[in-house]
Design a protein around this ligand. Sequence first.
Ligand SMILES: NC(=O)c1ccc[n+]([C@@H]2O[C@H](COP(=O)([O-])OP(=O)(O)OC[C@H]3O[C@@H](n4cnc5c(N)ncnc54)[C@H](OP(=O)(O)O)[C@@H]3O)[C@@H](O)[C@H]2O)c1
Length: 220
Amino acid sequence: MLFSFCQVSIYTVKPFLILYRKLLSMLQSILNLFTSNKTKHSVDETVVPEQVPVKPDTIFCAIAACDINLGIGKDNKIPWKSPQDLMQFKERTMGKIVIMGRKTWESLPEYCKPLVGRTCIVLTQDTNYKAKGATVKHSVQSVIDYCTGSKVVYVMGGTQIYKLFAPIVTSYCVTRVHAEYECDTYLPHFPGVWRSCKMDEWVEEDGVSYSLEYGWRSNE
Ligand SMILES: NC(=O)c1ccc[n+]([C@@H]2O[C@H](COP(=O)([O-])OP(=O)(O)OC[C@H]3O[C@@H](n4cnc5c(N)ncnc54)[C@H](OP(=O)(O)O)[C@@H]3O)[C@@H](O)[C@H]2O)c1
């Protein structure tokens, strides 16, 4: 008796349960539509790959530091201070070409410019732009041509330049800052399948943990 009562109840309630779940998931999708641009983790996924012929012997490596929401900058500055990270950036990029956008170039303190021991390329659309001690370029193709013969070239940001090079970047080195900062620029989406290859021991500075992540584009 009890069994058949339960059976009846289940059969009566089941369609309502299904309907309830469907309504809930519809509501969730609608909510996502309205909130997706407002979430902290608002990574721009609208990268349009450019058809740029890549020189197979050059590895374009994106190098960046980001907070837990993939934020990289605020008011044309990096919102955190990590001397150890700046040191590893310096060591890693020493003797190499580093590519940056005009805004990132202008964000560097005067005493750092040009970055010692590195060839700085600054991208701008302004054909009259001068960057003392750096090479100014106006297109991705001209940068690629310039980099011919280099084994590794570092793409050091900011957001616009990461986006521009996203289709040809094949490796990355990212410092993960395990904290949240107010940011207005973010790491963009890098298309393709990526494999993470190493996570260094965490370093701590002023109560904030930092770790290094390396990755490469998978051919799968
Ligand atoms: N945390 C990190 O690792 C990291 C690293 C680097 C930068 N950042 C931060 O990122 C922020 C700056 O990023 P951002 O995206 O605003 O600027 P950005 O990428 O540094 O520079 C943007 C500029 O690049 C030039 N540009 C863009 N597309 C171009 C194209 N197709 N051809 C030629 N030139 C082109 C334009 O210069 P013109 O306007 O002169 O034409 C544009 O205004 C700052 O807050 C900085 O501190 C953080």
